[in-house]
Design a protein around this ligand. Sequence first.
Ligand code: HEM
Ligand SMILES: *[C@@H]1O[C@H](CO)[C@@H](O)[C@H](O)[C@H]1NC(C)=O
Ligand SMILES: *[C@@H]1O[C@H](CO)[C@@H](O)[C@H](O)[C@H]1NC(C)=O
Length: 500
Amino acid sequence: MLQTSFVYYVVPLFLAYLLWNVLSKPKDAFPSIGPSGPISSFIGAFQFLTQGRRMVHEGYTKYAGRVFRVPGFTHWTHVVSGLERTREVVSAPDTELSLDDAANETFQLDYTMGTDMAIHPYGTRVIRGALTQNLARRFEDVRDEISCAFEDVLTLEGTEWQSVTAYTAVLNIVCRTSNRLFVGLPLCRSPEWIALNIQFTIDVAIAGQLIGILPTILKPVFGPFLTSRKRNLRQGEKLIGPLIQERLDDPSSSHNDLISWLLDAAPVDGRRVTPILERVLGINFAAIHTSSMVLTHALFDLAVHPECAAPLREEAARVVAADGWTKAALGKMHKIDSFLRESLRMNGLGITTVGRRVTNRAGFRFADGTTIPHGEFLEIAVMDTHHDPTVYDAPDTFDGFRFSRLRDGQPDQQERGGVFKHGMVTTSLDYLPFGHGRHACPGRFFAATELKAMIAHVVLNYDVKLDSADGKRPPDAAIGAAHLPNRTAKLWFRRRSEAE
Ligand code: HEM
Ligand SMILES: *[C@@H]1O[C@H](CO)[C@@H](O)[C@H](O)[C@H]1NC(C)=O
Ligand SMILES: *[C@@H]1O[C@H](CO)[C@@H](O)[C@H](O)[C@H]1NC(C)=O
């Protein structure tokens, strides 16, 4: 009974509401992709779910260097293409275009993450500052956790091949390793802590979508039931509460981890268990799934390109023999750096990225006078930029050493502060996996350190091969503008007999 009435009344009402939502959006001058009639654009939104890449590509080709719109259930997204327009977007101040407002719409932050983080946004400052500055000092711990985590997760016996679901294994390894730096031993190895942080991200993403399509007046009514925020916070408090409390009770104790850096940066009224926990969860949210997807892509690339393994291994062995395992040594691993940079260019994590919402009441005006109205959403066509033959030679070919070749023969002095023009963390208008400009990912220095150390560890200690006999990369998953590595495909690992 209940189910029948749900299907007959609630679903049509809901669809009608969504339709009204699309219809009532102000028209603007930008061309749209897919059906653009009032009702058919709703069908376009369904199409975009499965054909996002094709639709964005159509716009990128038809309206090169301009702005076009792609349909969604609750709003159109303006897609920006071309380096000139990209420059204008990434350099716009928050009073023109806001990342926070776009994130709020995607994740419905008030319900999923809480308002405190928006009121005291010091987390990003801590990542850019203390966390990045302490990477060299804390590298030994990160390195130790990488060894232990691969050992525990792969469960290899002797030199037998063993298969694992790549994404699941990587997620565990990345979560553990990142949390060694964030919260230290033993919590970083706690299965409950790992599960909480992995689940938290998924909960926020799903609840954000669900709450996002609710009519505004219903959000406060149903919002709290659609998130697991309360349960997650309770679980988190149980796990990390005593640790934070200990630090609060004894301010003279010295530590060097994310908790201590957050406590140093927090406003006086924020030096409590819950606000600190919220930030640790929030930083895990930004760090774990992103880095895991990147590493999964890179391992698939390694398995599909066995010809890259030997040069990568030779480089890692040579550098580690000379310098040991340090962060500075990673700086000399140009091929590993290039391999990851190329994997990020080829695969990325999205078809579009750098989400923004127009905050300027008068709209966001490009230099040529075209204007995206106030409240509208925009993104940059990153996938097409990275695969544009006028930007990259043979853009659809994976070339692991594309970027390290540019470094060969260049004296190291030319590399400013160890940051090379073609290094993994260097962003530009045509290299956007981490965004670029004002809001470029502050966690990328940590992500690069962790991921490079992981690839070096893998090539030195293991052989990796695909599960399939055809030598093809497992197909990626594309949902709307998201572009994810295959999360069910397996990889085979074998311990190298001559491993150190
Ligand atoms: C390889 C892994 C990662 C990728 C591909 C990635 C990518 C990105 C991208 C595309 C943005 C948005 C930039 C923009 O809109 O302009 C971003 C922002 C951000 N990322 Fe990352 N990220 C990664 C790892 C991390 C890690 C490890 C952390 C934390 C330790 C982190 C923390 C953040 C934060 C806090 C922001 C928001 C910055 C702001 O509000 O200005 N990310 N990231
Ligand atoms: C998110 O958006 C809602 C609705 O517009 C607003 O009331 C709230 O203050 C915003 N929250 C944050 C954290 O920006
Ligand atoms: C992931 O890869 C497996 C093969 O390993 C395949 O059966 C499955 O369909 C792929 N998933 C997606 C979403 O393409």
